[in-house]
Write a protein that binds this ligand. Sequence first.
Ligand SMILES: *C/C=C(C)/C=C/C=C(C)/C=C/C1=C(C)CCCC1(C)C
Length: 245
Amino acid sequence: MLQFFLDIKPIATDNYVAFTFFVGTMAMMAAAVFFFMETSSTAPQWRTSVLVSGLITFIAAVHYYYMRGYNLDTGDSPTFFRYVDWLLTVPLMCVEFYLITKKVGAKVGLLWKLIFASVVMLVTGYIGEAIHPEETVSWVWGFVSGLAYFYIVYLVWFGDVAKLASAASPAVNSAVKTLGWFVLVGWAIYPLGYILGTKGGLFGMELVTDRAAAKAAMDIVYNIGDAINKIGFGLVIYALSRSEK
Ligand SMILES: *C/C=C(C)/C=C/C=C(C)/C=C/C1=C(C)CCCC1(C)C
């Protein structure tokens, strides 16, 4: 445990990748502490939702701490642990959609649809990024991942989630709309990182030819995306818990 906290390595001032991992760790830790502390003063009906916001940022904080060290030690992109983080936190975001629409009748089936689509999106993305990154097929995996992504967008904007939200209170309806923007715009940051970082990123076209620079660009884009999507998403849930008692 002590070793864990003493494991502080210097970060060169021009090392933007490690720097964003460092700032990401701190931001996720702060957010997790905040959400955990606030659960006790949250109305019972929203307590689980705020707790899940805390879990999402806590899981990310642990991964960011690890990824920062990994990146400093090896100079590499911590792709595997990036995806482990996403595989845990993105399904938890699906749980958030389920929890806030549950009162107006969301079924567990909807939760599984969202989770299934998110797992397909992430597993195919991982294959394209880590298993077949140097091949002309990485854009195919990215494309399949994109289809699963658009299915989630569909569910949130037009499908079951949207229908349930329109029958809910104005506060829940507007929270789902805001979260929908996170999914549509905030999550679209990730395919951008993928396009920058993998060789077959955009239909076989390599946008950044310097491989190390491409990986660095990808990590920075992912780190910015995570800060917006995990902390911002959690704050929308938190605001909902305060606006409707
Ligand atoms: C906290 C982490 C979040 C919200 C991660 C979300 C990740 C995505 C929406 C990733 C999507 C991808 C595509 C749509 C295509 C290319 C491959 C991915 C996995 C980067």
